[in-house]
Every structure is written in C-alpha cells, then in structure tokens.
Design a protein around this ligand. Sequence first.
Ligand SMILES: Nc1ncnc2c1ncn2[C@@H]1O[C@H](COP(=O)(O)OP(=O)(O)OP(=O)(O)O)[C@@H](O)[C@H]1O
Ligand SMILES: [Mg+2]
Length: 476
Amino acid sequence: MFKTTDLLIVEDDESMVKVLEKIAKECRWNFCIARSGTEALEIFNRDVIEVALVDIKLPGFNGLQILEHVKKNRYLTEIILMTGVGTVETAVSAIKMGAYDYLTKPFDDIRQVITLVEKAKERYRLLHKIKELERQNVDQFEFEDIIGRSPKMQEVYRIIEAIAPTNSTVLITGDSGTGKELVATAIHRRSNRKEKPFVVINCAAIPEQLLESELFGHKKGSFTGAVNDKRGLFEEADTGTIFLDEIGEVSLAIQVKLLRVLQEGEVRPIGSNITKKVGVRLLAATNKDLAKLIKEGRFREDLYYRLNVINIILPPLKDRSEDISLLAYYFLKKHSARLKKTVDKISVDVLQTLQNYDWMGNVRELENIIERAAVLANTDTIFAKELPPQILGQSFYVTEDAGPKDLTKFPYQEAKDRALASFNRTYLASLLKQTSGNISIASERAGMDRSNFKKIIRRYNIDIAEFKHALKMKSN
Ligand SMILES: Nc1ncnc2c1ncn2[C@@H]1O[C@H](COP(=O)(O)OP(=O)(O)OP(=O)(O)O)[C@@H](O)[C@H]1O
Ligand SMILES: [Mg+2]
C-alpha cells in the first residue's frame, strides 16, 4: 500500500529546511524531507507525493534531474522549484519541462509559498480525478441516458425509480438545458406503459389555435382548414404517456381543457359535442416559475395543484460541479465516435475552466462546447484554444466605466486610450481568473514573458491576490 504525502521538501540547506518545516507544520500539511537528490528519488519511488518543493542545486541528482525522473515515470506530483540568484533562467526552462512553478529564495513573503503549494495541491487532485475518470467507465453513472454522480442527481434517479411505475402526474422543473426531457423519457421507459405510446409536445412551439386542435383533435368543418376529422394527441397517447413540454406557455383557455382531462379523464375535440375517455399519464415540464405566473394571473392555480402531484426539480449544472468533468468526458466520447475521431483526453486547464464557468445554458451548453472542441481538436486531447471565447473570458470590450456606446462622449485620443485600458484590464483579469492568479500559466497563454506580463499587471493596478483569494475560498 502506498503512503500519500501532501508535500515533499527537497533541500540541503538546513536553515531553509527549518523555514519550510515551520510553514508545513503551521499549514498542517502531511510532509517529509529529503536532504539530497538521491534520497528524494527513493521517496518518489516509494510513496505517492502530491507536491514537491525542490531546490535546484542539490547534492546527488539536481532539481532538474528530479523533475525529469518524475515526468518520465508519469508520476502526477506537481513540482515547484526553488531557485537562488542566478538560477532563474534554469527555472524558466524547468517550467517548459512541466514544473508547476518556481519560487525565488529568499522568500519575500511566506504567504506566497503557502498559496503556491495549496494551488499545486489542488491541481494534483484535479489531475488525479481526471486520470480516474479516464480509467473509469462513465456508464456506471448513467441512468436511462442521464449522466450524473452528484448526490443531487442520485436523488433525482431515486425519485424517478420510485414514481415511474405509478400513474401519478409529474411536474418536472429546472432551468433550460438541465435535462427535463431526458427525465420525462426516463419516467416513461421505467413505467408499465413503456410498450405503449410516448407522445411529446412542445407547447411553446405551436400557435394557440393549432395547439388546441393538436391536443384534443377536431371535427371536420369545425374551422376553416379542418377538412377532415382529426384525432388529438391525448387520444394518440391513450394507454401510454403524454409529455407536455413548456407547460408555462399554455393559454388560460387551454389550461381549462387540460384541467378537465386531469379531473375527468376525458377530451372533447373542437366542434364535437361528444366527449371521449382517455387513459393517459401526464408529464409536464417548465423552466418558468409557475408560482409567479399564478400571481400574475397567467396560470390557473387549480391546474397547478393537479400537475404538481410529484415535482422533480433539476438542479442547475453549477450546483453539481462533480458532474461537470464526468459529463464532459461522456460528451467527448459520444461526439468523438460520431466524428470518427480519437479525441479522448481533456487537458487540466480546460477542465479547470469548465469547473469555474457559470453554465447559464446548463448541460446543453456544455455539450455544445465539447462538441465544438471535438470538431476542432487535431490531437487526442482538448486544449484551451479549442474552447469558444465566451467561456475563456466574458465581455472583452464592455466595461462598467466606459462601454463602447459611451466612448463617443470623449475626444478620439481619449476614447481610444480608455477603450485600450478597459480591454487590457478585462483581458488580464479574465486570464488571471481562469488561471487562479498563476502568472506563469497566464503569461504563457498571453504569449508574453513573465516579467513583461507582471509589468502590465502592475500598470493596470490589478491585484493578483484577489484571484488567488478566490481560489482559496473555493477550496475551503
Ligand atoms: N444529465 C444529463 N446527462 C446527459 N445528457 C444530458 C443531461 N442533461 C441534459 N443533457 C443533454 O442536454 C440537452 C438538453 O437536455 P433537455 O432537452 O432534456 O433539457 P431541458 O431541461 O428540456 O431544456 P429546455 O428547458 O431548454 O427545453 C440534451 O441534448 C440532453 O441530452
Ligand atoms: Mg426541454
């Protein structure tokens, strides 16, 4: 059994060892110390190390050789190199070799050391999770085409399982793209009616006059264009299930008729005076707040109570972050197969970006983004350059102080300076937000060297601590 250690300190200078040991104890990291390169390699081969703080100059193997050994053996350990004066150049090339970052000794501020180690630990854990996901079969978290392992989704599966075999009406609510239609389909498939018709109708997509005839049918000649008798969807769905999507869009007149179906189990086609019995199970969905519609007089309260016998609430994607990478891999597998490509990996940067994004469009938006990336990818891995700009950083040009519309208030030169400044601020802030304040990664993405990048950040008064702080809050 391997032992997992948060931090390995590789340092031969005793006074430096003391400093780092003190920090590690205060932070309650589980750590160990190696005083030479040889000793460090022994520990790497024996234990699982999350993060290693490695001095570049060491007896035995030096810092770069240790880094090389770790990368060659595909250990997931994140390496932070420590450099004295004169070895900064080496440290920069070490980052190209895959080191996480470097620290210059003596430390100006030990908080910097702590933040860097914490961030490296977070990255290690993310990477570890990714490796697990790559190995794992996503299918084990699948329930009737619904993917999710978060406790919230597990609860949804549990409810579906319990209510599917009953005849109860179900109201499925949740924001756009959260999977309401998938849930309705799953309920039907798990019910005793699964061999019977499953009729889906999107109430928002059909004009009101037509909707009534679609749902309940009509008699020949009952209105212009009614050239034949027509059976309604309720009759079509008899003995099976009908799914009324976007029920919040239905007019009050049709709501009365729906109430009648639910209460009496009968429909009356337009232009007919004969009612027909139907045995249909009704499922309905909406992304509207029905309680609010009731208050505004746009939705009947009695119908609401009839529909809301069982309510399944689908949580927004951002509230179930454990599902994000799982879904990303699921969609990648699906679209990669469809496109006959072999893209099956997602870079850590991309996963980190996906984790932090707002997901207003929920799962549908995630699927679109992965599909697009699968199309663009020309290796087996999805990288940040394959993500659309909206996810990499919102609103480049619009700012609170001087949006593009307001700029005409200023003379040309001033307007240009303001636009440029606001572009710089938004661009830099977005980059830093994505990289949780990691200057090395941010400058690399910007295609600038680290010191120039730092200069610009200073010029625009951007406080890096703010982005690092956001990360700390997140990991708490
Ligand atoms: N948990 C999930 N697992 C796999 N795919 C999902 C999941 N949730 C949603 N999807 C996919 O996302 C897309 C949107 O899902 P669906 O149409 O069910 O959402 P919706 O809640 O009905 O959205 P809207 O309110 O916009 O109609 C579909 O392609 C669906 O397959
Ligand atoms: Mg839908």
